[in-house]
Design a protein around this ligand. Structure first.
Ligand SMILES: Nc1nc2c(c(=O)[nH]1)N[C@H]1C(S)=C(S)[C@@H](COP(=O)(O)O)O[C@H]1N2
Ligand SMILES: [Mo]
Length: 194
């Protein structure tokens, strides 16, 4: 949709160089891993007091929330008002003790995808681990059983099929970050590539 035909309050929410889509496009590098909830694991490792592996049932026993957020892909589509259902990141972080020297996090996904971020980007009010979208279960293409959602960054930081959170003392580029994408990925500053 052309931005100039949008109502001002909608246009204001579209970052520079982005266009509104009403669809839910699938953007995946490689094939879609098929993971059953009973086989899904989240491994929390690296700079933590002790490493923890969480199961689907562990996640389901934590408080569940819904968060409505916007989603901006670096390939220029933006999608507004996604209602994600899942577990707030801080509920997950309460399960572990992060060492003081941990300043960065690598999100790992089934299939080998990775993406890095500063700890304060992960540990924020609007971040969740999601299994639902707009009232339905995520489809496998969109990251079922569990994906990360980091609305304030370009969507490549929202790792689908999340399998691990690695806490790190030093920053390290993830998959797209090694292949030309920005480490910081702020859509409002158009931090697309390096
Ligand atoms: N594991 C994994 N997560 C991923 C990707 C991927 O290729 N693999 N693509 C990223 C990109 S570039 C985008 S735009 C969003 C797209 O999410 P969607 O396919 O649910 O729209 O997922 C992100 N998370
Ligand atoms: Mo993307």
């Amino acid at each position: 949709m052309k931005n100039k035909t949008l109502p001002a309050e909608v246009a204001r929410r579209i970052p520079p160089g982005q266009f509104l889509t009403q669809k839910f496009p699938v953007l995946t590098y490689g094939s879609t891993p098929k993971i059953k909830t009973e086989d899904w694991r989240l491994q929390i490792f690296g700079a933590v007091a002790s490493e923890v592996t969480l199961t689907w049932d562990d996640l389901m026993s934590l408080p569940q929330i819904e968060l409505k957020t916007d989603f901006h892909c670096v390939t220029t589509w933006s999608q507004l008002d996604n209602v994600w259902k899942g577990v707030h990141i801080r509920e997950v972080l309460k399960q572990i003790k992060i060492l003081p020297e941990a300043c960065y996090v690598m999100a790992h996904a089934y299939g080998g995808y990775t993406t890095n971020m500063p700890l304060e980007v992960l540990d924020d009010d609007d971040v969740l681990l999601a299994y639902g979208h707009n009232g339905e279960c995520l489809t496998p293409e969109h990251g079922f059983p569990m994906r990360l959602v980091i609305p304030k960054k370009y969507a490549w930081k929202s790792a689908k099929w999340l399998s691990g959170l690695e806490f790190m003392q030093q920053d390290r580029p993830g998959f797209w970050e090694r292949n030309g994408y920005s480490m910081s990925a702020d859509p409002w500053r158009e931090e697309r590539y390096w």
